[in-house]
Ligand binder design. Structure first.
Ligand code: HXC
Length: 510
């Protein structure tokens, strides 16, 4: 017995060595942690239960039978994040470059199947040279199996991808189908074709970092949701995100202890809106003042900054926030902000996370760039996402709610459950200046007349009361009481159950 135990110990030790000291050193030299170090940091101390430690590939081509390391380049298993279960895979670049063989893929599939069956998130740490070249089509088949599971798991358990090294070619499509992608600056990249192929095909000269680094994907392409300075920061932020999420679509989001008075009055909010309607203010200030302990987890902070998306808690319960940001492009809706917010709304709805919408929107961005880029279809994504969402929806209009954008931003007409407005709200087809210029075009040469017309329009429409008279706004509230009102509204909506008519699935304008 002793010998057998000793052998087990030795084999485990061999598996833990990964690709050996030299390759581990090389990994560290690049500023990257090893697969196991990452798992240790991601999970609660001592909680990791490894699976398939002794799996080895079965390839015999290109002399591969001489090189059969334990684990086959990926560490898999489960553990806890602040006491809540998650499944994890972490590709080991020190073992055959973390390349994906049939058995490597089968290990990932095994824990994904368990995650879906048992109802817990999947966190995938990607650091891989891609398809294992020696295995050919077996490797591609392995990727296909992972892709199929990403699709099956979508909307069932949260899937989070952390890119911590190379992720290229078709391999990018597994993270692409997950709910959130995090990257590490300067040590991770994602692209369908690398700089060499790009140069051959298009003559463009570009570095890997420029083509698919963390900055590119968080600012330009929006493929990634956040970029971090190093592995440690990225993993600790994943832990923070997991704390906001339910483990699966069979559960409600967690309720965390909170120390912030739900009835807290914020008198400073009474003066948040500037006198001049064209002057911006920072919507993030409002979000922070509403949230429990000012804790806000922003998603896609660096992309389409004219809309803000992220998670807060009210009375310890997760709420998804979508808010126009008057500081950027006056908070206008455009292609990028519509896509960003629509995807966020759909995530929240899939996982029963209630939605808070803060509205200050002057309309949709005009111009050929927007029209040629399909703003009609992209804007419709957000409209559609709000309309199909059956989670509790609470809306606060702080200032402008103009035109189609008024309808889009979780209006009563799209099933908003509680729609509040501040007294500074202006619910109208458009701003006073634009309206008078259209209605009284013949008087444009007479500034006095136009000023009078504008004042008349403002008196009539630049307020929330016309909408409130019709019941499109449920109540006009004092800004300082907003947190209290929201806590009560979401509490009242906890029992909400809403069914849409049966359908196989909808046809959101993709
Ligand atoms: C087998 C691989 C490998 C791969 C790397 N290695 N990629 N082995 N299959 N795909 C091995 C290397 O041979 C080396 O082994 C070790 O991993 C580390 O690689 P290095 O090249 O020394 O590391 P580095 O200089 O950091 O370069 C990393 C790299 C490079 C840029 C990722 O390795 C590379 O270009 N690899 C090939 C990438 C690729 O073309 N993959 C296929 C893409 S197509 P030793 O023993 O020397 O340490 C694809 C399709 C997926 O993935 C399709 C899904 C549908």
């Amino acid at each position: 017995m002793k010998d057998i135990l000793h052998e087990l110990q030795e084999r485990r030790e061999a598996a833990r060595q990964g690709g050996g000291a030299k390759r581990v050193e090389a990994q560290h030299a690049k500023g990257k942690l090893t697969a196991r170090e990452r798992v240790e940091l991601l999970l609660d101390e001592g909680s990791f239960e490894e699976f398939d430690t002794f799996v080895a590939h079965r390839c015999t081509d290109f002399g591969m039978q001489q090189n059969r390391p334990y684990g086959d380049g990926v560490v898999t298993g489960w553990g806890t994040v602040n006491g809540r279960q998650v499944y994890v895979f972490s590709q080991d670049f020190t073992v055959l470059g973390g390349s994906v063989s049939a058995t490597h893929a089968a290990k990932i599939c095994k824990i994904m199947d368990m995650a879906v069956q048992n109802g817990a998130p999947v966190i995938g740490i990607n650091d891989s040279g891609g398809a294992r070249i020696q295995e050919g089509v077996d490797s591609l088949a392995g990727y296909g199996e992972v892709f199929a599971r990403n699709i099956k798991a979508s909307g069932v358990v949260p899937q989070i991808s952390v890119i911590m090294g190379p992720c290229a070619g078709g391999a990018v499509y597994s993270p692409a189908m997950t709910d959130f992608i995090f990257m590490v600056k300067d040590s991770s990249y994602m692209f369908v074709t690398g700089p060499d192929v790009v140069k051959t095909v298009t003559n463009e000269i570009v570095t890997a970092e420029e083509l698919g680094g963390a900055t590119t994907h968080t600012r330009k392409s929006s493929v990634a949701d956040a970029a971090f300075e190093n592995d440690v920061e990225a993993l600790s932020e994943v832990r923070r995100l997991v704390d906001f999420l339910p483990l699966s679509n069979r559960e409600v989001p967690p309720v965390r202890p909170f120390f912030d008075d739900p009835d807290r009055i914020e008198t400073s909010l009474d003066t948040l809106i500037p006198e001049n309607p064209n002057q911006p203010y920072d919507m993030k200030e409002l979000i922070l003042k509403l949230a429990d302990e000012r804790d806000f987890y922003e998603i896609q902070e660096e992309f389409a900054k004219n809309i803000i998306t992220g998670f807060i808690r009210l009375e310890g319960r997760t709420v998804g926030v979508v808010a126009n940001q008057p500081m950027v492009l006056a908070g206008v809706l455009d292609i990028d902000s519509s896509r960003k917010a629509a995807r966020f709304v759909r995530f929240c709805d899939a996982f029963e996370i209630p939605l808070l919408t803060l509205v200050d929107v002057p309309g949709f961005l005009p111009g050929t760039t927007q029209e040629y880029g399909g703003v009609i279809k992209h804007g419709a994504k957000l409209l559609f996402a709000y309309g199909e969402a059956t989670v509790p929806k609470v809306t606060v209009i702080t200032r402008k709610a103009y035109g189609g954008a008024y309808d889009v931003m979780s209006s009563k007409h799209l099933g908003g459950d509680v729609n509040y407005a501040w007294p500074t709200a202006q619910v109208a087809v458009m701003g006073a200046k634009g309206a008078t210029e259209i209605l009284y075009r013949s008087e444009l040469g007479d500034p006095e007349k136009i000023a009078a017309r504008t004042a008349e329009y403002e008196d009539r429409f630049a307020n929330p009361f016309v909408a409130a008279e019709r019941g499109f706004i449920d109540e006009v509230i004092a800004p300082q009481t907003t947190r209290k009102r929201l806590c009560r509204a979401f509490a009242a909506l906890r029992g909400k159950r809403q069914q849409m008519p049966w359908k196989k699935h909808d046809n959101i304008p993709l």
